[in-house]
Design a binder for this molecule. Structure first.
Ligand code: AKG
Ligand code: FE2
Length: 202
């Protein structure tokens, strides 16, 4: 584990690229847990949930521990990160939600922030990549920006790489892919109040 570097980078720049977070073998085991049925990804949550292919065109599968031990292990590792980040930042991260994403030829996700308007309870984003032998011609890079629209990084979605960033500070996009691309996008959340209802994490 490399938590020290993660914590330092979150303090100094708000984002971190953690290469070889998992070995290639672990990545393969995780990939083998992906179920066969996929649903079209949407934007927003609950009643504001919309499917907007013009903004994103990937398909998703929410992670759950009944998908197998590699998924349970991954969720446990994310929980370890959650505990460590809470210890240093007092962010009160409460829960982790994550989905597998599948991008197929031509799929993309336009520039966005991961927290929803009026429900800013996604605090920290993680994206983990499952693509062996990713080549520059395959597209699908994650492009990160700051809130002033300066480009910060263009990252290959290569197997074993984990990207972590503060959800409210870094707009980002997935450039169109020419090759099937798998990732796990996840968010650490705090419980927020939405309207007059307590917005309980699922
Ligand atoms: O797959 C990626 O590189 C990022 C995906 C993303 O931004 C999202 O699902 O919110
Ligand atoms: Fe995102």
């Amino acid at each position: 584990m490399n938590n020290g570097k993660l914590i330092d980078a979150l303090f100094t720049q708000g984002w971190f690229v953690w290469d070889d977070f998992l070995t290639q073998d672990k990545v393969s085991e995780l990939k083998a847990c992906i179920p066969a049925d996929w649903s079209q990804a949407g934007i927003g949550r609950n009643e504001t949930y919309l499917t907007k292919k013009a903004i994103r065109s990937d398909k998703i599968q929410w992670l759950s521990s009944d998908m197998g031990p590699p998924v349970t292990d991954f969720l446990q590792q994310m929980n370890d990160i959650r505990v460590e980040v809470n210890r240093h930042f007092f962010l009160g991260l409460f829960e982790y939600e994550a989905h597998f994403s599948k991008y197929e030829q031509g799929d993309f996700y336009q520039k966005h922030l991961d927290c929803f308007r009026g429900q800013e309870n996604r605090k920290l984003t993680t994206v983990f990549y499952l693509n062996d032998d990713w080549q520059p011609g395959h597209g699908g890079c994650l492009k990160m920006y700051d809130l002033d629209d300066n480009e910060l990084a263009t990252l290959d979605p290569k197997a074993g790489r984990l990207v972590v960033f503060l959800s409210e500070l870094f707009p980002h996009e997935v450039l169109p892919v020419t090759q099937q691309r798998f990732s796990i996008a996840g968010w650490f959340r705090t419980n927020g109040v939405s309207g007059h209802q307590l917005d309980i994490a699922r």
